[in-house]
Design a protein around this ligand. Structure first.
Ligand SMILES: Cc1cc2nc3c(=O)[nH]c(=O)nc-3n(C[C@H](O)[C@H](O)[C@H](O)COP(=O)(O)OP(=O)(O)OC[C@H]3O[C@@H](n4cnc5c(N)ncnc54)[C@H](O)[C@@H]3O)c2cc1C
Length: 271
């Protein structure tokens, strides 16, 4: 029987996971990648004994109790890898010398924020209550809205969280921050993502912090490149094929094979 073919451009997280699932579902797939290593934006590098991570600081679905976990297991990412769960995700150092510690536990965060600024009790409690509500939301990564039965189930799950989601989707971080009287809190919230665009919705900030509080999302130890390499390995185990460019060492002109390639399988891709 003829297997359907699938050509995938790019061995980033999307291309690698598409490749793995294509293989699992009976396709004959091939990934074309113009870089010499997999991962795309999902990358990290070592320098002078330090690991610099260029992407994933948290991965939704690291908790075994979540609906996302089986997907990461199928993609070969999580088993055998430790996960770091943050007690404090970010510390914002204000110009006045005080600090805001964004604890992942809503109760601890609430107590800390109230201690910093008791006069901001109303927005503080709204913020931490939203974290509690959204902490229960388990992103249905295992359901496809394209399938009628799964789509219905997907819809039901989303509907159960529609009220807080729609509410916080329509409030920007900057707008909400203006409700605080304390200048430190007014600047700390927009500083949460370092370069928050003016129209960034509060929902994104909440959906980052809330799953950390329930240990649904954490940092996969080893860094982003190892995560991508694990997916690339899984793709190969499933029989997938890929083509990557050979890197040329600019100074010497020598060609360098990337370590994730299977011998004999690789050819140069034209750009
Ligand atoms: C600083 C930073 C922090 C992040 N933090 C997190 C986080 O904490 N948690 C999280 O879940 N996500 C995070 N992300 C997002 C996440 O890393 C990206 O969403 C994800 O890696 C994107 O994967 P992708 O496959 O869609 O795209 P890409 O990673 O961009 O992959 C595209 C691939 O296609 C290749 N390509 C493009 N054009 C061609 C072509 N013509 N021929 C061949 N190959 C081609 C590229 O070389 C690349 O390898 C972060 C991203 C950044 C940059």
């Amino acid at each position: 029987m003829n297997q359907p073919n699938l050509l995938i451009i790019g061995a980033g997280a999307a291309g690698l996971s598409a490749g793995c699932y294509a293989q699992m579902n009976g396709f004959r797939s091939r990934i074309f990648e113009m870089h010499t290593i997999p991962g795309g934006l999902c990358t990290s590098w070592r320098r002078e004994g330090y690991l610099f991570d260029g992407a994933v600081r948290y991965l939704i679905g690291t908790g075994e109790h979540t609906r996302g976990y089986p997907m990461w297991r199928e993609l070969g990412v999580l088993p055998g890898r430790g996960t770091h769960y943050y007690d404090e995700f970010i510390c914002y150092a204000g110009r006045d010398g005080r600090e805001v510690h964004f604890y992942t536990n809503p109760d601890k965060l609430e107590a800390h924020l109230l201690e910093l600024s008791p006069e901001d009790e109303d927005p503080i409690r709204e913020f931490t209550q939203a974290l509690r509500e959204l902490g229960n939301f388990d992103l249905p990564l295992d359901l496809s809205p394209d399938d009628a039965a799964e789509g219905l189930h997907f819809g039901r799950i989303m509907l159960g969280h529609a009220v807080p989601m729609l509410r916080w989707l329509n409030v920007t971080v900057r707008h909400f921050a203006q409700r605080f009287r304390d200048p430190l809190l007014r600047e700390a919230l927009p500083g949460f993502f370092q370069c928050t665009p003016p129209d960034f919705p509060m929902l994104m900030l909440l959906m980052t912090l809330a799953p950390m509080g329930t240990r649904s999302s954490g940092y996969p130890l080893g860094g982003s490149l190892m995560l991508a390499e694990a997916m690339a390995r899984r793709y190969k185990e499933l029989g997938g094929r890929d083509r990557v460019r050979r890197a040329r060492e600019r100074d010497s002109g020598r060609e360098q094979r990337s370590s994730w390639r299977a011998p004999g399988r690789w050819q140069r891709t034209s750009r």
